[in-house]
Structure formats: structure tokens, C-alpha cells
Write a protein that binds this ligand. Structure first.
Ligand SMILES: CC(=O)SCCNC(=O)CCNC(=O)[C@H](O)C(C)(C)COP(=O)(O)OP(=O)(O)OC[C@H]1O[C@@H](n2cnc3c(N)ncnc32)[C@H](O)[C@@H]1OP(=O)(O)O
Ligand SMILES: O=C([O-])CC(=O)C(=O)O
Length: 374
């Protein structure tokens, strides 16, 4: 592929501010959170440790982590009024709209009154998002009013428990935890930038997160994991995948889960989630979706030099864990909330309203013709 244009459309390559939180495409494997390589974190840390790191700038000690988890656990349940709102959202609504409404409505019930409450608001959303998603999903799809509390130790395990009503396996607990780590933070991506723009007006945390969810929803961003799943399910075999992808490229269709705005040759998150997807495919007892995904990866690299981004192998991994496709992007919300909130806090620490300029390309100045003469 040709080198990226460093100016113009999409603000590509232009710096829009400073951050201590993350580097993308710079050192190590290409992605670091507060100086730690994402592959190191995915292997040696848990999602709660990463959340603590993003909110505090340092990894917690054992005691700090225990205290943090003990703080989050009582925040998992939902207020009755929020459950009533969730019950009214129809089954055919998109779950990202449910997440958006859930975040926004919680902001009505428990507003962030001033910035001294920013950590409390972020932690509340972090703890409550799994229940927002699964309470709505199981009520609208199965007619079940779930208990939003579980004794699962981690946010990932808690989500799986609420979704299935069963104790998750150790493998599933670990994979969802890794997935939440991989999705947690990514510098000035579209949804995080949305959150920072909102924060720069001195708006509240819930508004910033609600706005960010709207940005993440689109298929060019977080929505790509769901779109990738829909695509690979249409392929009957690795050979069929290659034939159909050739047709898609011929018709100039975007292949979801491939390419990236910053990375040029690979997305460091892919190799990690791909390995877990392979392992899950063995447990699942049918590796065809994994084999098809590998064929897609090979074909896109060979023909277009396009590589899988974080979303592509997340599709098969989540599928093997029995997670419904429409919940894929909401899981991204449960994770990225940490990055969004950390960026909101960072923006507030050194704020100036974000207000770029535009190059005007419209009409020359002109007079209003009275309406009777137009
Ligand atoms: C977690 C995340 O949000 S990761 C991103 C998730 N999004 C997707 O997977 C959606 C599919 N991918 C894409 O649409 C893009 O690659 C993006 C949005 C991720 C990046 O967009 P850009 O920075 O504009 O991409 P880039 O400059 O590298 O694209 C150059 C050309 O490569 C081609 N290209 C890039 N990605 C793809 C793709 N997935 N399928 C087909 N062609 C592609 C296009 O021809 C593009 O030119 P065009 O925009 O004029 O059609
Ligand atoms: O950085 C981006 O543009 C998109 C991305 O990979 C992310 O948000 O995780």
C-alpha cells in the first residue's frame, strides 16, 4: 500500500493534542498503555489492573487491586428505574443503542455533579455496563428478568455469567479478560476523540461516554467486529471465502475487520486474539470458521497487503464462546469505557475547548432575495 497522506481528509497524521495514556504504531509491538506493551499486559495482567493503570497511571499492587475490585463489585447492580427503561427497549433495537441509552439514563439518575466525582462515574459505568447489556438482552430475547449481581471476581466473568446464567469456564474467563485488555485504549481513535471533544466543553462524564458510544457504533470503527462475523458466516469454506472476497473487492466493497488508519503492516492485537480464537475453535469442536478466517487473512494480505485489525479474529473468538453477534460491539464498549474515561480526565487536567477551523468551499457572499421573488 502507498504511504498515508499526512494531511487533509480525516485529519490523518495530524497531532490533535498530547496524551500520556497510549502510543499507537510507535514502539515495541506497536501499542503501549502508559508505557506497557499490550502483549505484556495481555499475558501478565487482568482487565481490572489495566483499568486501574489507565485511571491512575500505575499498575496496582495486590492490595490496591483487591481494594479496587471491592469498590467495583457493589456498583454492578442497576437501579430499578434503569431496569424499567431497559424493559421498554424492543428486542430488535441495536444493542449499541441500548448501551447509549443505558449510559445516558444512568447519568440522569446518578449525575456527575462536579469533576471530583469523575472516578466514581467512570467506575460506576465500568461496573454497570455488563448488566445494562445482558439485562436488556435476556429480558427482550428470552423474557427473563436476570439478577444483575454475581459473585464472579472479574468484570469479564461477571458479563459471561449474566449472559448465560452459568458459571463460565476458566478458558472463557481468560479470553474475555484478554479481549477487554486488547480493546481498552487506543489513543485518538474516533470514539475517544469524540469523548475528548465533548469533555473539552466541560461537559459531564456521562455525556462524554454517551457521545463516544455513538462514534464506536459505526462499522468503520467498533461495529466492524459484528460486520466481520456477518461476512465470514456467509462463506462456506476457505476456497469460497477467497472467491467471494475477490468479488467484494471487484465491487469496491470494504472488507470489515481489515485495514487501519494508523498501523501500516499489522495490528499488534490481532496475533493475540487470533491465537485465542484458534484455541477456542478446538474446544468448540469445529474449526471451520477459524479456517475460513485464516483464509481471509491470507487472501487480503496476498492481494491487497491489507491485514486483520483487532476486530477480525474477535468475531470468531466471541462466536466460539457462544456470544450472540449483536453483542460483539457492546463488549467493546465495556472495555473502551476505560480508555474514554481516562482521556476525559486527561483532557480536563489541561483543557482548552477543541474547536478546529474549516476551509470554506461554499458560495461567494450574496444577498437574500425576498421569498416572493425566488
Ligand atoms: C477497532 C477498530 O476500530 S479497527 C478499524 C475497524 N474498521 C474496519 O475494519 C472497517 C474496514 N476498514 C476500513 O474501512 C479502513 O481500513 C479504516 C476505516 C479502518 C481506515 O481507513 P483509512 O485510514 O481511510 O484507510 P487507508 O487510508 O489505509 O485506506 C486506503 C485505501 O485502502 C483500501 N482499504 C482500506 N481498508 C480496506 C478494507 N477493509 N477493505 C477494502 N479496501 C480497503 C481502500 O481502497 C482505501 O481507499 P478508499 O478509502 O479511497 O476506498
Ligand atoms: O485507532 C483507531 O483508529 C481504531 C482502533 O483500532 C481502535 O480504536 O481500537
Amino acid at each position: 500500500m502507498v504511504d498515508k497522506k499526512l494531511s487533509g481528509a480525516g485529519l490523518r497524521g495530524q497531532s490533535a493534542g498530547e496524551t500520556k495514556l497510549c502510543t499507537v504504531g510507535k514502539s515495541g509491538s506497536g501499542l503501549t498503555y502508559c508505557g506497557y506493551d499490550v502483549s505484556d499486559l495481555a499475558e501478565n495482567a487482568t482487565f481490572e489492573e489495566v483499568a486501574y493503570l489507565l485511571f491512575n497511571g500505575e499498575l496496582p499492587t495486590f492490595d490496591q487491586l483487591e481494594t479496587y475490585k471491592a469498590e467495583l463489585k457493589p456498583m454492578r447492580d442497576l437501579p430499578k428505574a434503569l431496569k424499567e427503561v431497559l424493559q421498554r427497549i424492543p428486542a430488535d433495537a441495536h444493542p449499541m443503542d441500548v448501551m447509549r441509552t443505558g449510559a445516558s439514563f444512568l447519568g440522569n439518575l446518578e449525575p456527575e455533579v462536579d469533576f471530583s466525582q469523575q472516578n466514581k462515574a467512570a467506575n460506576r459505568l465500568l461496573a454497570a455496563f455488563p448488566a445494562i447489556m445482558t439485562y436488556w438482552y435476556r429480558y427482550s430475547h428470552e423474557g427473563v428478568e436476570i439478577d444483575c449481581v454475581s459473585d464472579e471476581d472479574t468484570i469479564g466473568g461477571h458479563f459471561l455469567r449474566l449472559l448465560t446464567g452459568k458459571t463460565p469456564s476458566e478458558l472463557h474467563r481468560r479470553v474475555i479478560d484478554v479481549s477487554l485488555i486488547l480493546y481498552a485504549e487506543h489513543e485518538f481513535n474516533a470514539s475517544t476523540f469524540t469523548a475528548r471533544v465533548c469533555a473539552s466543553t466541560l461537559s459531564d462524564m456521562y455525556s462524554c461516554i454517551t457521545a463516544a458510544i455513538g462514534s464506536l457504533r459505526g462499522p468503520l470503527h467498533g461495529g466492524a467486529n459484528e460486520a466481520a462475523m456477518e461476512m465470514i458466516q456467509k462463506f462456506s469454506s476457505p476456497a469460497d471465502a477467497k472467491t467471494q472476497m475477490a468479488g467484494m473487492l471487484e465491487r469496491k466493497e470494504k472488507i470489515m475487520g481489515f485495514g487501519h488508519a494508523v498501523y501500516r503492516e499489522s495490528d499488534p492485537r490481532n496475533v493475540i486474539i487470533k491465537a485465542w480464537s484458534e484455541q477456542l475453535s478446538k474446544e468448540f469442536g469445529d474449526s471451520s470458521l477459524y479456517d475460513i478466517s485464516v483464509a481471509c487473512e491470507e487472501y487480503m494480505w496476498d492481494t491487497k497487503k491489507l491485514f486483520c485489525n483487532a476486530d477480525f479474529f474477535h468475531a470468531s473468538a466471541y462466536h466460539f464462546m457462544g456470544i450472540p453477534t449483536k453483542l460483539f460491539t457492546p463488549i467493546f464498549v465495556c472495555s473502551r469505557l476505560t480508555g474514554w474515561a481516562a482521556h476525559v480526565m486527561e483532557q480536563r487536567d489541561n483543557n482548552r475547548i477543541i474547536r478546529p477551523s474549516a476551509d470554506y468551499i461554499g458560495s461567494e457572499p450574496r444577498k437574500v432575495t425576498p421569498i416572493s421573488e425566488r
